[in-house]
Write a new protein. Structure first.
Length: 174
């Protein structure tokens, strides 16, 4: 059973007033993407990572992952015009036999392994349809945008104080 992460990193950074995409804005001495990809790569819960980079920034994203020694990054694709489109494009790179996909925003670089673990443990043995996606996080406008097809409330919730927005999807049993 494999757990994949999709790292949504294709934001433009326009609201930040940045001259570069949000994932490449500096946070101290590093760019946001560096912190996020490194934390996901270090997680024992994650087996592989697909990065949805800003269009035209795929090569810098791959080079950054290589420089950091992030061996779990299996693909880097050009993201779409919206977060949802970027996630959809990245999910196409995840093999059909993946058991779980966790989607994390690069703009929330301080995700801790404990949060990822609590979300994945909450899934337990819930049997979900492959297209089922659930948003986790504090953003009210996205919190209930997509609902699980068949999961109990305890399986479809995450810690309220989570610092990251996480999504999951579980592949149908073969």
């Amino acid at each position: 059973m494999s757990s994949w992460a999709v790292l949504a990193a294709a934001g433009s950074g326009e609201r930040l007033g940045a001259d570069r995409p949000k994932a490449f804005v500096r946070l101290g001495d590093r760019v946001l993407l560096a912190e996020s990809v490194e934390r996901l790569d270090a997680s024992d819960w994650i087996d592989a990572i697909v990065v949805a980079a800003p269009p035209g920034w795929e090569e810098p994203a791959i080079l950054l992952a290589e420089e950091l020694g992030c061996s779990k990054v299996s693909a880097c694709i050009a993201g779409g015009a919206t977060r949802g489109e970027s996630v959809r494009l990245a999910l196409a790179e995840v093999p059909g036999d993946a058991a779980v996909v966790v989607v994390h925003d690069a703009a929330r670089p301080f995700v801790v392994d404990e949060v990822i673990g609590r979300v994945l443990e909450a899934l337990g043995t819930a049997s979900l349809r492959p297209s089922t996606v659930r948003s986790f996080g504090s953003s009210r406008r996205r919190r209930h945008s997509l609902r699980p097809s068949c999961a109990t409330p305890s399986q479809a919730t995450s810690p309220r104080r989570a610092t990251a927005r996480l999504w999951w999807r579980r592949a149908a049993a073969a």
